[in-house]
Design a protein around this ligand. Structure first.
Ligand code: UPG
Length: 264
């Protein structure tokens, strides 16, 4: 049923919370019928938690490693896997039967509830290495068994890219050649920067984009925005295409109209 399904995101600090809030608001604007949940860590401020709870149905604090079993101990020797470990907590949300995880730097452009028709583990190709999936948008089924297998796998094999994406690709290693139904169209995880690596494809298909992902070092909240002209300002270091700028402007429209008033 719809009430035991949720979109889930992650924000480990108040800065990433800005992204989570815009994502949550974009899902609300497009009238999702599913619950909205955000995973946070202890350093998220109390003020931010109360703002999060006005957009999300559930604000769930996930802790640092505390258990004493061997998997946790092994992971504690690998501090570089910290943020990775945090995303894996989404498998512990067993009060939901199915979830869609979305990075805090994604934005939905339309209702994407049809993603819940997919099974674990569904994801879209990564634009940098299309035989890998991008772990910014994926369909999964919460399960403590899977969670523990993932932790065990992380402790034994680490991650080839140091993050959750490398780990999840190694764990769900038949994604590339297995069931094509588990390949989400790229339109569900369109990386804003890849738009201008294949402009004709973007011109042909881009109007059907459903989710934009601002992956990489510069996030939407790092740009400056002119509240009067409603335009994102480019400094010397940002070489964005016009499409990229219009996606950034969409993010900022939501941020300025719906999120900034909550933060004041
Ligand atoms: N995140 C935090 N706090 C951090 C860093 C990350 O909450 O300090 C969360 C947040 O939801 C964010 C996500 O983790 O959106 C991924 O991190 P991000 O900084 O957006 O990484 P990118 O380099 O843009 O993303 C690529 C993949 C992403 C994967 C990440 C690490 O698109 O899915 O999680 O690399 O493997």
């Amino acid at each position: 049923s719809v009430t035991d399904q949720a979109f889930v995101t992650l924000a480990t600090d108040d800065v990433y919370c800005q992204g989570a809030l815009v994502l949550g608001q974009s899902l609300r604007n497009h009238k999702t019928s599913r619950k909205l949940a955000v995973l946070i860590t202890p350093e998220v401020s109390n003020g931010m938690r109360s703002v999060l709870s006005s957009v999300f149905d559930e604000v769930i604090e996930v802790g640092v490693l505390d258990s004493a079993d061997s998997v946790h101990l092994a992971l504690m020797q690998r501090p570089e896997l910290g943020v990775t470990f945090t995303k894996l907590h989404c498998w512990t949300l067993t009060h939901y039967s199915k979830c869609v995880f979305m990075d805090a730097d994604t934005l939905v452009l339309c209702n994407v509830d049809e993603l819940f028709d997919r099974e674990e583990f569904s994801a879209a190709p990564d634009s940098g290495w299309p035989d890998c999936f991008n772990s910014g948008v994926f369909v999964f089924q919460p399960s403590l068994k899977t969670y523990n297998l993932l932790l065990q796998f992380a402790a034994e094999h680490g991650s080839f890219d140091g993050g959750d994406q490398g780990l999840l690709n190694s764990f769900f290693s038949n994604w590339a050649t297995g069931d094509i139904g588990k390949h989400l169209p790229f339109l569900y995880n369109l990386s804003s920067s890849s738009v201008y690596t294949y402009v004709p494809a973007f011109n042909h298909f881009g109007r059907d984009a459903k989710v934009v992902h601002f992956l990489g070092a510069t996030k939407p909240w790092n740009y400056k925005y002119n509240l009067q002209t409603k335009r994102v300002m480019q400094d010397g270091t940002t070489s964005g295409s016009s499409h990229q700028l219009s996606f950034l402007a969409l993010w900022w429209n939501i941020y300025s109209a719906s999120i900034l008033p909550l933060l004041e």
